[in-house]
Write a protein that binds this ligand. Structure first.
Ligand code: NAD
Length: 295
């Protein structure tokens, strides 16, 4: 069985790595925070003391890091990992990062003889745990074909968006829409409750009416309306406000690049910025509801 290096075992990478271990793959894992490695270690992964050690003899490298800078540092900068991979290794970066960074890193990888794809995901921590993520891939068809058996162990839907960076572009379009409909959902529920409606009843009505969306369906922001969502555990876990803010920043950069108007995306970014500056950056992004509530 081929050895896989998995770098970045946070909210998403941790459960994704576990699904590969469950499928029988041999994993060498690394994260800067030792506590993040414990679950993978207990499940049978080999813990490396550096990213360089993790990629030793690995035929596939998967990374799941917070942002562009981390990915650039790992592969090209201080980590310089692309100079330490085994010959012919396949590189799969699942982090959500800037399109341009994904292209830059993939070009260097290709010049060194490595296939690389950007493969950001959608589906949240629940999808990562259940192995039902959606992968949105940028890169060559042949590199995707190599990656597919592994992606299928971590996800249910795999889309080929186009060339290097296209996965990231599609991902940030999706996340800009996610932020907008989450804020819209929070705003509508808050209005209804302020006018005397029960949030559960209003959510049920929206769910069967034209305002229905992913937030009302599986990620309701009002505490207690749904079980097993961050809103019902004080907005802990899930997809952080600061990560959403990062994605909205990427969307705004992309909008400048594409000369495309994104008025609602800009408002969404500002609201998440204010929420983060108020000290809520570590909460799940559905906590945007609390910014709208009377205090
Ligand atoms: P996280 O902060 O929980 O995890 C990132 C991990 O990377 C951390 O454990 C951190 O210690 C580690 N790390 C950082 N630099 C490192 C390095 N140089 N070497 C090794 N480890 C390093 O973030 P997350 O929620 O798992 O998100 C990861 C990526 O997935 C982000 O780009 C995010 O936008 C995206 N994403 C997140 C969700 C979600 O619901 N959380 C959903 C879809 C996509």
């Amino acid at each position: 069985m081929n050895t896989i290096a998995f770098i970045g075992l946070g909210h998403m990478g941790g459960p994704m790595a576990l699904n590969l271990i469950k499928a029988g793959y041999m994993l060498q894992v690394f994260d800067l925070v030792p506590a993040s490695l414990e679950i993978a270690k207990a499940a049978g992964a080999k813990v490396a003391s550096s990213a360089m050690e993790a990629v030793k003899d690995a035929s596939v490298v998967i990374s799941m890091l917070p942002a562009s800078q981390h990915v650039e540092d790992l592969y090209l900068g201080r980590g310089n990992l692309l100079s330490h991979l085994s010959a012919g290794a396949l590189v799969i970066d699942c982090s959500t990062i800037a399109t341009q960074t994904a292209i830059t890193v993939a070009k260097v990888a290709e010049a060194k003889g490595f296939d690389m794809i950007d493969a950001p995901v959608s589906g949240g921590t629940a999808g990562a745990a259940a192995g039902t993520l959606t992968f949105i891939v940028g890169g060559s068809q042949s590199a995707l074909d190599r990656a597919r058996p592994l992606l299928e162990k971590m996800g249910k839907n795999i889309f080929h968006a186009g060339a290097h960076g296209a996965g990231q572009t599609a991902k940030i379009c999706n996340n800009m829409l996610l932020a907008i409909h989450m804020i819209g959902t929070a705003e509508a529920l808050n209005l209804g409750v302020s006018l005397g409606l029960d949030p559960k009843v209003l959510s049920e009505i929206i769910q069967k009416s034209s305002g229905r969306n992913w937030s009302t369906e599986v990620y309701n922001p009002w505490p207690g309306v749904m079980e097993n969502v961050p809103a019902s555990r004080e907005y802990q876990g899930g997809f952080g406000v600061d990560l959403m803010l990062k994605d909205l920043g990427l969307a705004m950069e992309a909008a400048l690049h594409g000369k495309s108007p994104t008025p609602l995306g800009a408002v969404a970014r500002n609201l998440y910025h204010i929420h983060s500056q108020a000290g809520q950056g570590g909460l799940d992004f559905s906590s945007i509801l609390t910014l709208l509530q009377k205090h």
